[in-house]
Design a binder for this molecule. Structure first.
Ligand SMILES: Cc1ncc(C[n+]2csc(CCOP(=O)(O)OP(=O)(O)O)c2C)c(N)n1
Ligand SMILES: [Mg+2]
Length: 366
């Protein structure tokens, strides 16, 4: 009823006209404001609500699982944990751009969101963390965060950083020889980018136009070594020109930007146009591992800056602007992720431990 003049009240008083503005200028200001609001509300072109919510759910599931793993590690029930905090948007964007039925993923130790995106389940992850006999990555014999899943086409990563690059190039070459249309995506960090394996792999993939997507998730740190002491150039993506392939830098805290860049690279690779190097600028929102005290080397203001780029609240904010999320729905999505992890943990806890016969003779101490 306010402002209608009903109920004996007078007409609503007009808001004062902004000083010095003509009616035409005011109308123009209103038009610009409405256009800005419409732009905020518009979904990114080519994307419907469904994949955007899937990206967010994946990011939440990754964070919830990651947090649980950190607790398990502190409880002494899981070994070391290398957190994916800050890499969720990049990982989800990479994973949803792949075709899980035919593409190959060669992960790094921070690829949790990507392995979940291509169909590895939280149960699979926790079976590995708790070293259970049915752990699909290695029957309970490999370290946490060393992702592998044959059925999901996730190659086993090995601990020496950067060595997964030649493995990925070999997998892509094998796809080519078999006449398959698979694309291989490999993750590595800014520290690994200094390794000779990376140079060899990029060069070989470019020379042979292999269908590889190299994704360097640059979080600015290699344990305690800052990126400025790792490389003399400011961008890993720029190195692509030296190999003869396209290079692109993306905001790795924006899952849509990563999804688009990886989708374009996958199309290129499937067309037979060869590899792409993508540098995804992420943040490390946790110490390097549960064995690391980053306060000894990481300046507090740098940690605070990274925390402000946390991809989860940033993406939630955008979903709200697009009208796809509100506070109660956000709380429900979080709850769903936490319950999913709780159910997976209960399943993994109840699973059988490996029997001594499964231990290879050279590890049995005999
Ligand atoms: C060849 C080799 N050297 C050192 C290590 C120890 N190490 C494990 S992770 C890591 C840091 C890797 O940094 P980066 O590649 O930037 O990945 P991030 O951990 O930051 O995601 C190091 C040095 C290793 N695993 N392999
Ligand atoms: Mg790093």
């Amino acid at each position: 009823m306010v402002g209608t003049g009903a109920g004996g009240r007078g007409p609503r008083p007009r808001r004062p006209v902004a000083a010095g503005l003509s009616q035409a200028a005011l109308a123009e200001r209103t038009r610009l404001r409405q256009r800005a609001i419409a732009r905020l509300d518009a979904l990114p072109s080519g994307l419907t609500a469904e994949p955007l919510i899937r990206l967010y759910d994946l990011m939440l599931l990754t964070r919830a699982l990651d947090d649980r793993q950190a607790i398990l590690s502190r409880q002494g029930r899981q070994g070391i944990h290398l957190s994916a905090r800050g890499h969720e948007a990049s990982g989800a964007g990479c994973g949803l751009a792949l075709d899980p039925e035919r593409d190959i993923l060669v992960p790094s130790h921070r690829s949790l969101a990507t392995v979940l995106a291509v169909g590895v389940t939280p149960e699979d992850i926790l079976l590995q963390c708790l070293s259970k006999a049915t752990d699909p990555a290695g029957g309970g014999r490999s370290m946490p965060n060393h992702y592998a899943h044959a059925r999901r086409r996730v190659l086993s990563m090995s601990s020496p950083i950067g060595t997964q690059i030649p493995h990925a190039v070999g997998a892509a070459l094998a796809s080519r020889v078999r006449g398959e249309s698979a694309v291989t995506l490999v993750h590595f960090g800014d520290g690994a980018a200094s390794k000779a394996d990376v140079h060899e792999g990029l060069n070989m993939a470019a020379v042979h136009h292999l269908p590889v997507i190299f994704v360097c998730e640059n979080n600015g740190w290699s344990i305690s070594v800052p990126v400025a002491k790792q490389m003399a150039v400011r961008s890993v993506a720029r190195r692509a020109a030296g190999y003869g392939m396209p290079g692109q830098q993306v905001d790795g805290t924006d899952p849509v930007a990563v999804f688009r860049a990886v989708s374009a690279a996958a199309e290129r690779a499937r067309r037979g146009d060869g590899p792409t190097l993508i540098e995804s600028r992420v943040v490390r929102l946790a110490p390097h591992s549960t064995d690391d005290d980053e306060r000894r080397y990481r300046p507090p203001d740098e940690r605070a800056r990274a925390a402000r780029r946390d991809p989860l609240p940033r993406f939630a904010q955008r979903l709200k602007q697009w009208g796809l999320l509100d506070e109660p729905a956000d709380a429900a999505h979080w709850e769903q992720a936490k319950q999913r992890v709780a159910a997976a943990l209960a399943f993994a806890e109840a699973a059988a431990d490996p029997t001594p016969e499964l231990v290879p003779p050279d590890h049995s101490g005999g």
